[in-house]
Write a protein that binds this ligand. Structure first.
Ligand SMILES: [Fe+2]
Length: 447
């Protein structure tokens, strides 16, 4: 695809801003604790922060300096240490990792060379360069690790290291919102073939027919989830799937991760601060099994991935799919809670400017939302640029999460983005909303 000179300069500027924005966040997340904390493993589920730092730099070197720039490896001996597929997270602390000072110096050196490459790059001619895809992929990769590092901070014990202003208080009109919105049945365009920085699993665009359904206007709140606990939800097998009930027993689940009892109420720990659980905030740190049990208790179900995306993107007036619930324009602070601007979700009913045509709010931002769906390829999927980004995870027992949490950068928040994790995972910034059918299922002949 030919790029005009003005288009190339705008793209160069976008690439530089995206890379610098990601690095500023990485420096915040790795600069707010001492070197001992950086090298320590805070949870067997997570890498030491210093691994993420050097891994981000190593991927940047591999894809941008070597693949795109044709440069020789800077330190080929360290490549295997930072290959996520060679070493599971639990093993990483035992590796001879670069110490913090050397990891910082390596990341700085790679970035300097990459910015030189960006200043001279022509964005086109190869698939990696078209639309600056490889640069966008690397900026997104660093921001994905920034969210991972934010999760490590949430699991870390000790004095608070991060701070941010709270989101706005609950809106007075939030209680007047309808509990659910109707998404009429019919086809819509799912996925994308046009978004230049979309990753392989979001492609290609394809038409999916979704029967009519109702979806919660907002994510399920802490208050609603506490009512499920108070009603004995964790002690009632019939709300749980067989696998979910077995896991609930084995893991002794009794409340969301980071919650503990305080008399009749609940406290939670959030980035080192213990505070009363805010009732109006979307519930977070629940696994897929807990979300599914809550939905069954409420007489509802989790939405499928296609339902979620239709609710988030389909414009019934034009029939086309939007980039975001509010339209095609990029996220702003008034539309969605993204980018670690706050260290928590905003109260349910926030961000009227970010509402979808259906009236559903907070589909993008605040919390990731578990869907009912397994992580599978779209029809016509091809792995790009490497199988290990998505393909090796398809059908592996992962559930899809959609929407983006408060810790997701805007560059990753398009409404086609797909996240996935095991149904037992609770450390991620995930909540959910529930759905129900709008149309009775058609009875087949002889039914
Ligand atoms: Fe990675």
């Amino acid at each position: 695809m030919a790029t005009t000179p003005a288009g190339a300069e705008a793209l160069r500027d976008l690439v530089a801003r995206s890379l610098v924005g990601a690095r500023d966040r990485t420096e915040l997340l790795t600069g707010c604790v001492d070197d001992t904390d950086l090298a320590r493993q805070h949870s067997p589920l997570m890498s030491p922060l210093v691994w993420d730092l050097a891994h981000v730099a190593n991927q940047e070197e591999l894809w941008l300096l070597r693949e795109v720039g044709g440069r020789e490896p800077m330190h080929p001996e360290i490549d295997p240490l930072y290959d996520a597929f060679e070493h599971p997270r639990a093993e990483r602390p035992a590796l001879p990792l670069l110490p913090p000072g050397e990891a910082r110096a390596y990341a700085h050196e790679v970035r300097g060379r990459v910015l030189d490459l960006v200043s001279a790059a022509t964005f086109g001619g190869t698939r990696l360069l078209d639309g600056a895809f490889a640069f966008g992929m690397i900026a997104q990769h660093e921001q994905q690790h920034d969210e991972t590092m934010l999760i490590t901070h949430q699991l870390r014990k000790g004095a608070p290291a991060l701070s941010a202003p709270p989101p706005a208080a609950p809106r007075p009109d939030a209680l007047a919102l309808p509990a659910e919105v109707l998404i009429p049945g019919g086809p819509f365009g799912m996925g994308t073939s046009a978004e230049p920085w979309a990753l392989d699993n979001e492609r290609p665009a394809h038409t999916v027919t979704v029967p009519g359904f109702y979806l919660d206007t907002t994510p399920v709140t802490n208050a609603a989830y506490a009512a499920f606990i108070a009603a004995g939800g964790y002690d009632t097998a019939r709300w749980w799937s067989p696998a979910g009930w077995a896991h609930r027993q084995r893991a002794r689940l009794a409340a969301p991760l980071h919650w503990r009892r305080d008399g009749n109420g609940w406290l939670r720990t959030r980035f080192g601060v213990t505070e009363p659980v805010p009732p109006a905030e979307p519930v977070m740190h629940v696994c897929w099994y807990e979300a599914q049990a809550y939905a069954a208790w409420a007489g509802r179900r989790l939405p499928t991935e296609a339902e979620w995306e239709k609710a988030a993107r389909h414009d019934p007036v034009t029939g086309r799919s939007r980039r975001y619930p509010w339209g095609d324009e990029d996220p702003t602070a008034g539309r969605a809670n993204l980018g670690q601007r706050h260290l928590q979700p905003a109260p349910a009913g926030s961000y009227p400017l970010g509402a979808a045509p259906s009236g559903a709010r907070q589909l993008v931002g605040d919390v990731w939302e578990w869907t009912a769906s397994d992580f599978l390829p779209y029809p016509g999927f091809t792995a790009w640029p490497y199988r290990e980004y998505s393909e090796v995870f398809f059908g592996g027992g992962y559930k899809v999460l959609r929407g983006a949490s408060f810790g997701v950068a805007p560059v990753l928040s398009r409404a086609t983005f797909r996240n996935w994790d095991y149904p037992i995972r609770r450390q991620i910034f995930a909540g959910f909303r529930t759905a129900r059918d709008a149309e009775p299922a058609l009875a087949g002949p002889g039914a």
